[in-house]
Design a protein around this ligand. Structure first.
Ligand SMILES: Cc1cc2nc3c(=O)[nH]c(=O)nc-3n(C[C@H](O)[C@H](O)[C@H](O)COP(=O)(O)OP(=O)(O)OC[C@H]3O[C@@H](n4cnc5c(N)ncnc54)[C@H](O)[C@@H]3O)c2cc1C
Ligand SMILES: NC(=O)c1ccc[n+]([C@@H]2O[C@H](COP(=O)([O-])OP(=O)(O)OC[C@H]3O[C@@H](n4cnc5c(N)ncnc54)[C@H](O)[C@@H]3O)[C@@H](O)[C@H]2O)c1
Length: 457
C-alpha cells in the first residue's frame, strides 16, 4: 500500500489545479485518472464544441458574405474531416499540456486506472491500494441516457461520440433542447445537416425567461432548424432510412425520420461505481455527493468538487470549487459556495450571456422588480455588425436598486455580460451602472439606457 498526504480522484477542472497547490505546499499527492486527462471540458465538452462552433460560425459568415459586399467565387463547402481534425487538435493540445504538467509536477504522482473507495482513507486503483488522510473527489459526470421506449434498439450519439464523428449527419435528431442540444443543433445545421430538435417541455431552454426561449427558437428556425416542443411521446424504432423518432401523440407530424440521434437530456454524476458506500460518503437521490458550504462531505477528510457535487455544472464552477477548497485548506480563508454569483453562457450564435436571477426567479422570491429590455435591432454595434437578433434584459430590485440578474442574447453577449457580472460581484447598484461611461460602439454602452427605461412588471 502506498501512502500519500492527499489523493485526488479525477483530472477534470478542479483536480489538477488542486494537485498543483497541494504539491507546491510540500504535500505528496496522488492524482488518479481512468480515461483522458482533462476530463469532460477538454475532451468531450467545452473545448471541442467551442472549436466546432467556431468552424460553424466561419461557414455561416461565408454564406452571408454577400450581405457585407464580399463576393465569394463558388458556393461554400464544408470539409468535415478537416473541421473535426481542427477541433480534435485543440483537445489533443490541451490534453497533452495537462498530462505534461501533471506528470512533471514535483511531489505529484499521476496514476492511471479506475479508482474505487475501500474505506474512508483508502482507494483501490486496479491492483494497488493507496492511502491518504485527505481525499478529493473530482469525478465529473456523463450523458444521462433516459429510459425512452426503443432506446435499446437504436444506435445513438452522446456528446462523447459526436465530437469524434468525421461526417455531418444527413438528418440529426437532437433529443433535449437545452445547452448541449442547442449548441450541436445549430453547428450541424451550419455544417449542412437537416436538424430537428425534440424537447419534451413546452419551450426550449426552459430555465431562461420565456422571451429568451422564444428568441432562441426564432434564431434557430431562421437557419432551418426544425423545433418540436411539447414532445410527450418520444420513442425510437429502426427505419429503412435510419431511425424513426416518435414525437407528439396529439399535434403535428407523429414522427420524424433521422439518420442519427443525439441524446442531450442532461448529465448524471460518475458516482455509481466509486465505492462511496465503503467510505460512508452520502449521495442524494440523483447520485450527487452531498457537500457542505465548504465542499466537505459527511466524512471528515473527504471533499467533492465539480459536477459530481451538484452545486454547479460548468467548468468555471468546478474551477471555483478548487479555489474555495485551496483557499480554506492552504490560505486560512473561509470561502463558501453560497458566496458565489453564477453566470454562464450558451454558445449558440449569437450567444446568450447570463448572470444572476431570471425574471421568473426574482418574481418567485417575492421581490418588487423593475425590468429593462432592448432588442438587439436597436443596438448600434449589432446593426453595424449585421447581427441584430436577440435582446438585452436587466432585472432590478425596485427598493434596494440592486441588480438581480441580466441577460444578453446577442453579438458578443458571452463577453459583454461580464460588465454586469462584475458590478453585481462588487455589490454595486443599477445606478452605478447607469452612471458608468461605457465605450462606443459596444453592446455594453446600452446598459445605462436600458436601466433608465426599466419599469415595474
Ligand atoms: C458538450 C458539452 C459542452 C460543454 N460546454 C461548456 C462550456 O462551454 N462552458 C462551461 O463552463 N461548461 C461546459 N460544459 C460543462 C463542463 O464540461 C463541466 O462542467 C466540467 O468539465 C466539469 O468538470 P469536473 O472537474 O467536475 O469533471 P470532469 O471534467 O467531468 O472530469 C472528471 C474526470 O474524472 C474521471 N473519473 C471519473 N470517475 C473516475 C474514477 N472512478 N476513477 C478515476 N477517474 C475517474 C473522468 O474520466 C474525468 O476525466 C460542457 C459540457 C458538455 C458535455
Ligand atoms: N455553454 C455551456 O456552458 C454549456 C454547454 C453545454 C453543456 N453545459 C452543461 O452541461 C449540462 C447538461 O446540459 P444538457 O443540455 O444535457 O442538460 P439540461 O439539463 O440543461 O437540459 C436537458 C434538456 O433535455 C430535456 N429532456 C430531459 N429529459 C428528456 C426526455 N426524456 N426527452 C426529451 N427531452 C428531455 C429537458 O427538458 C431539458 O430541456 C448543463 O447543465 C450545463 O451546465 C454547459
Amino acid at each position: 500500500m502506498r501512502s500519500f498526504d492527499a489523493i485526488i480522484i479525477g483530472t477534470g477542472q478542479a483536480g489538477p489545479p488542486l494537485a498543483g497547490r497541494l504539491a507546491a505546499a510540500g504535500k505528496s499527492v496522488a492524482i488518479i485518472e481512468r480515461k483522458h486527462v482533462g476530463g469532460t471540458c477538454v475532451n468531450t465538452g467545452c473545448m471541442p464544441t467551442k472549436a466546432l462552433v467556431a468552424s460553424a460560425y466561419a461557414a455561416h459568415l461565408a454564406r452571408r458574405a454577400a450581405d457585407f459586399g464580399v463576393m465569394l467565387d463558388g458556393h461554400v463547402q464544408i470539409d468535415m474531416p478537416k473541421v473535426m481534425q481542427r477541433s480534435h487538435q485543440v483537445t489533443l493540445n490541451a490534453r497533452g499540456n495537462n498530462e505534461k504538467w501533471l506528470s512533471g509536477m514535483k511531489g505529484c504522482t499521476l496514476i492511471r486506472g479506475h479508482a474505487r473507495f475501500e474505506g474512508p482513507t483508502r482507494v483501490r486503483v486496479v491492483e494497488e491500494v493507496l492511502e491518504a488522510p485527505q481525499i478529493f473527489i473530482n469525478v465529473g459526470g456523463r450523458a444521462a441516457v433516459p429510459d425512452l421506449p426503443g432506446i435499446d434498439d437504436i444506435d445513438y450519439l452522446t456528446n462523447s461520440s459526436i465530437v469524434m464523428l468525421h461526417r455531418a449527419p444527413e438528418h440529426l435528431v437532437v433529443i433535449g433542447g437545452s445547452y448541449i442540444g442547442l449548441e450541436f443543433a445549430q453547428m450541424y445545421r451550419r455544417f449542412g445537416a437537416e436538424v430537428t430538435v425534440v424537447e419534451k417541455g413546452d419551450r426550449l431552454i426552459s430555465r431562461e425567461d420565456p422571451e429568451i426561449s422564444d428568441a432562441i427558437r426564432g434564431i434557430l428556425e431562421k437557419e432551418g432548424v426544425q423545433v418540436r416542443t411539447g414532445a410527450e411521446c418520444i420513442r425510437f424504432s429502426r427505419h429503412p432510412q435510419g431511425i424513426a423518432v416518435g414525437l407528439s401523440c396529439s399535434e403535428g407530424a407523429p414522427e420524424v425520420i433521422g439518420s442519427d440521434v443525439l441524446l442531450a437530456t442532461g448529465r448524471r454524476p460518475n458516482t455509481d461505481d466509486l465505492g462511496l458506500k465503503a467510505a460512508g460518503v452520502e449521495v442524494d437521490e440523483r447520485g450527487y455527493i452531498k457537500v457542505n458550504d465548504d465542499l466537505s462531505t459527511n466524512v471528515p477528510g473527504i471533499y467533492a468538487l465539480g459536477d459530481c457535487n451538484g452545486k454547479g455544472a460548468f467548468t468555471h464552477t468546478a474551477y471555483n470549487d478548487f479555489e474555495i477548497v485551496a483557499a480554506n485548506l492552504l490560505d486560512g480563508e473561509d470561502r463558501k459556495v453560497s458566496q458565489r454569483l453564477l453566470g454562464y453562457a450558451l454558445y449558440i450564435d449569437p450567444p446568450l450571456g447570463r448572470v444572476g436571477r431570471t425574471e421568473a426567479q426574482a418574481a418567485k422570491a417575492g421581490r418588487k422588480i423593475l425590468i429593462g429590455t432592448r432588442p438587439m435591432s436597436r443596438v448600434g454595434r449589432a446593426i453595424e455588425k449585421g447581427e441584430t437578433q436577440g435582446l438585452m434584459k436587466i432585472i432590478i430590485d425596485a427598493e434596494s436598486r440592486q441588480i438581480l440578474g441580466a441577460a444578453i442574447l446577442g453579438a458578443g453577449g458571452d463577453e459583454a455580460i461580464h460588465g454586469v457580472l462584475d458590478m453585481m460581484n462588487a455589490g454595486a447598484t443599477a445606478d452605478s451602472l447607469r452612471w458608468a461611461l461605457p465605450i462606443h460602439p459596444t453592446v455594453s454602452e446600452l446598459w445605462p439606457t436600458v436601466i433608465q427605461s426599466a419599469e415595474p412588471v
